[in-house]
Design a protein around this ligand. Structure first.
Ligand code: FCB
Length: 464
């Protein structure tokens, strides 16, 4: 560390920016212009009580038409590293053929980014499940695996020349447990058995995409993105400590252990019991690819604080310490006494647990916070809570690097306010460095945009 008020990151450390296709594109435009397939999220939003004010993915932030302007905003931020996703609802026709019109759009977008010297990190599945696959069981149906594999091969064939690194999945916990068990995300099921089945299928899909793309190219960088947390309990009674173990298994180990160790965590038998997924011969070999990934992507927003709960199938419940600092979505971003250290603890524990099984390097593929922007009299867009949050969390990344964790990149979530899943376009749910006026789609940088720009440029963080 240089001095007490400024910290420096390694020379090659990457400060980038992230978003995802379905949250920004404007789905209606892709349906009208490309004949793309409607997504599960468009359908979900039409149902009563699912998404804030039934906001739809149809509008997004009109990236479909405004992509040139938006590349300008990436350029002005100064970063050369951009993570986004490529939607299988766009690239694939219903009979698994290539949708040329969608490919053309991505080619235009990506070639312009490359012309500006911007590296592209492409997520192959950021929850853009076509609704027709959902109608056939979605991720509980093994057929969905074939579609994701086909999509990935099409992406490789037509777009590989632009892509620097692939992330096969984004947050499989969210698109399985949160979607099929908690029911908060599309398709909104509340069934543990479906959740476990879908998780197994998604891990298989991850393994198959790896295998198929590796067959096509020995040199491409294949990685993936999870949102693991380290779970804590409030007071360490034996019941609470057991609950902590289950929460850890539920939120993280269920997805990490198969990837790096080739097996599911046994301790979860206590709570998953008869719902355990059916594992066919050879499945775990397909799934265990952790040691072959170029990087492991970590998305982090906050840690889990849990207590024992006899009445819940998973035997734990999340609790919020009343002294927590909540973000716009009431997420307890700073949980006394953990505060931002949860991020550091997570990075340390992840690396120390899995490095001996082949985890080579970590990227922070998402970190940021939701906050309603306040327009000041002088026209500035005040989102100082975001700056506070980012400063504290980037500092923890630095601390983990100094403690020997090989973290090579940090992608802030996100460039522009966008569709925040079940919260739609609710002002409190905005994560962007750039404000979007919903009626006009006008882009206006917030204070945090200028603040992050300095970090991107200097690779240094000033501490307040
Ligand atoms: C993550 C998602 C991302 C975004 C942030 C806030 O879970 O990967 O799309 O919605 O949360």
């Amino acid at each position: 560390m240089n001095n007490s008020s400024q910290i420096s990151f390694p020379k090659k450390f990457i400060f980038g920016i992230a978003d995802a296709d379905l949250q920004v594109i404007g789905e209606q435009a892709t349906i009208d212009n490309e004949n793309s397939q409607p997504t599960i999220w468009r359908n979900f939003a039409e149902q009563e009580g699912r998404v804030y004010k039934k906001h739809s993915t149809n509008e997004g932030i009109d990236r479909y038409h405004r992509w040139k302007e938006d590349i300008g905003w990436i350029n002005k931020l100064g970063t050369k590293h951009y993570r986004t996703s490529i939607s299988m609802a766009r690239t694939l026709t219903k009979d698994k053929k290539v949708n040329e019109k969608a490919i053309l759009w991505y080619k235009n977008y990506f070639s312009e980014l490359k012309k500006q010297g911007i590296h592209i990190y492409a997520t192959l599945y950021h929850w853009e499940l076509p609704q027709y696959l959902n109608e056939q069981g979605g991720w509980t149906n093994k057929k969905t695996i074939e579609y994701l594999v086909e999509h990935s091969k099409i992406v490789y064939k037509y777009l590989n020349e632009y892509i620097d690194e692939y992330f096969i999945l984004n947050e499989p916990w969210c698109s399985t447990f949160f979607s099929y068990h908690a029911g908060d995300h599309a398709p909104g099921e509340k069934n543990l058995k479906s959740a476990l089945e879908s998780a197994h299928n998604m891990l298989l899909a991850q393994g198959w995409v790896y295998k198929e793309l590796r067959k096509l190219d020995k040199n491409i960088r294949l990685s993936t993105v999870y949102n693991p947390v380290l779970a804590y309990t409030t007071n360490p009674s034996s019941e609470n400590l057991a609950a902590r173990t289950y929460a850890q298994g539920y939120y993280a180990d269920w997805f990490l252990d198969p990837l790096y160790l080739g097996k599911y965590p046994k301790k979860m038998m206590d709570v998953f019991g008869y719902s355990f997924p059916k594992i066919e011969k050879g499945d775990m070999e397909v799934i265990k690819i952790g040691d072959k990934l170029h990087s492991f992507g970590v998305n982090y927003y906050y840690s889990a604080l849990v207590e024992f709960d006899q009445n819940r199938d998973v035997k734990f419940k999340d609790i919020v310490n009343p002294k927590s600092i909540l973000n716009g979505l009431d997420w307890p971003t700073f949980i006394p006494p953990l505060y931002q250290e949860g991020f550091y603890d997570l990075l340390m524990s992840l690396y120390h647990r899995y490095s001996e099984f082949g985890m080579k390097r970590i990227y922070i593929t998402e970190n940021g916070t939701a906050w309603k922007t306040k327009k000041e009299k002088d026209g500035t867009m005040n989102d100082d809570f975001r700056i506070f949050y980012l400063e504290k969390h980037i500092q923890q990344v630095h601390k983990a690097i100094c403690a020997g964790v090989p973290i090579e990149a940090y992608f802030e979530w996100t460039l522009m306010d966008n569709y925040e899943w079940q919260f739609g376009y609710m002002p409190e749910s905005c994560f962007g460095l750039i404000h979007i006026a919903r009626k006009t789609m006008k882009r206006t940088p917030k204070n945090s945009y200028y603040w992050y720009k300095k970090i991107v440029k200097s690779n240094k963080l000033d501490l307040k």
